[in-house]
Design a protein around this ligand. Structure first.
Ligand SMILES: NC(=O)C1=CN([C@@H]2O[C@H](COP(=O)(O)OP(=O)(O)OC[C@H]3O[C@@H](n4cnc5c(N)ncnc54)[C@H](O)[C@@H]3O)[C@@H](O)[C@H]2O)C=CC1
Ligand SMILES: NCC(=O)COP(=O)(O)O
Length: 337
């Protein structure tokens, strides 16, 4: 039996997600892309293909038929929502489809119909206005995947080739970081990254760097005490467990090429500490990978880029990489969850 398709959630329809999906499908042979099926609105994709001047057939189907359909048409699981195709114009009515696309993709993976998820970007603020109660995909997927009410800790990892960065705290106001950071959260994050680097990336003995929070990693406690009070105790416990971990590294130098290259991943304390270096070394070249979940999920390293939607100028590079990495991570036939 062949591999099940990857699920692709359509993302924000006013953004570049539909463009990237169509552009990627067009390049499927040249890029040896894995079979994927889109969860969304086939009419919207037809309209966007026309707008972009792409001669692509769109076929409403189900994941089981996707491998055969993929040869001649873009397979789309029709979620029943109809959304007007207005590139660059956010419409609150689209929120239900955007959210459904994510949850139905996860259902399909849990039922063994799909083997991993690649998410096109969502416009977070547009979803919040409609009552979406999660900061982003990362946290929503953790809620969807939590079985028996046991909460999962989802981990956001941005990867540019072998350069990987992980924020301990994810989508929150900077002032909230101080009350959220604990030795327990750092330990849990490092343990999950360590385990997933072994299991999902086949790195036998991962080397993990951990940054401090403050400038110069606190300069011996003179520029903040979080390193001494929170980071060091976590590192001591992790070392005692046999995890190869180093830190607290000053965050401004941790991502210098000669230091970053010594580690399989660097764990940073908050969102921008981790994501800026990845986007700076190559915007649209990285991939966002969610760890800590029973399913494979990747996404491009960028957002909805509303002003580029429908113009054909958005680069599909990161989206193509997200498909390739999800394919690699979810190579087992059929029911890989
Ligand atoms: N995984 C996801 O769903 C993500 C969603 N977002 C959401 O996207 C929205 C917009 O966020 P921004 O901070 O403006 O980031 P953005 O990534 O959408 O745009 C930043 C800049 O990069 C350009 N850009 C983005 N993708 C590009 C591509 N493929 N090719 C060429 N240029 C590209 C944009 O035109 C803009 O100049 C927000 O609502 C944010 O929450 C942001 C990041 C990830
Ligand atoms: N800045 C990256 C980002 O916001 C991605 O969030 P998510 O939607 O993948 O959780």
């Amino acid at each position: 039996m062949g591999l099940a398709p990857l699920a692709v959630s359509i993302g924000e329809p006013a953004g570049i997600g539909p463009d990237l999906i169509l552009q990627s499908f067009e390049k499927r042979v040249a890029n040896r892309l894995p079979v994927f099926c889109v969860f969304g609105d086939p009419d919207l994709l037809r309209s966007r293909a026309e707008q972009l001047g792409l001669d692509i057939k769109i076929e409403a189907t189900n994941p089981a038929a996707a491998p055969e359909v993929f040869e001649h048409a873009l397979p789309v699981v029709d979620l029943g929502h109809r959304v007007a195709d207005q590139p660059g114009v956010l419409a609150p009515e689209a929120a239900n489809m955007v959210i459904d696309a994510i949850s139905k993709s996860v259902d399909a993976i849990n039922e063994g119909q799909c083997r991993g998820l690649v998410t096109a970007p969502i416009h977070k603020a547009n979803l919040y206005k409609e009552g979406f109660d999660f900061p982003g995909h990362t946290e929503y997927l953790a809620a969807l995947c939590a079985g028996d009410g046991i909460p999962l800790t989802p981990i956001m990892m941005l990867a540019h080739g072998n350069r990987r960065a992980v924020p301990v705290t994810i989508h929150m106001a900077l002032r909230q970081v101080f009350e959220t950071l604990t030795p327990q959260l750092i330990m849990e994050t490092v343990r999950i990254v360590h385990r997933d680097l072994q299991n999902r990336f086949r790195i036998e003995n991962p080397q993990i760097g951990v940054t401090g929070l403050n400038p110069h990693a606190g300069e011996d406690g003179t520029m903040g005490s979080e390193e001494i009070d929170i980071v060091v105790p976590a590192l001591q416990q992790l070392e005692a467990e046999g995890i190869k971990v180093a830190g607290p590294l000053p965050a401004d130098t941790a991502f210098a090429p000669h230091i970053w290259s010594q580690y399989d991943a660097i764990i940073a304390m908050y969102h921008d500490q981790a994501l800026i270096p990845v986007k700076a070394i190559g915007f649209d070249e990285g991939v966002n990978i969610t760890l800590g979940l029973p399913i494979v999920r990747t996404s491009p390293d960028h957002g909805t880029a509303l002003t580029l939607a429908g113009k054909g100028t958005a680069s599909p590079n990161s989206f193509l990489k997200a498909l390739a990495i999800a394919d690699e991570m979810a190579q087992k036939p059929e029911t890989q969850t």
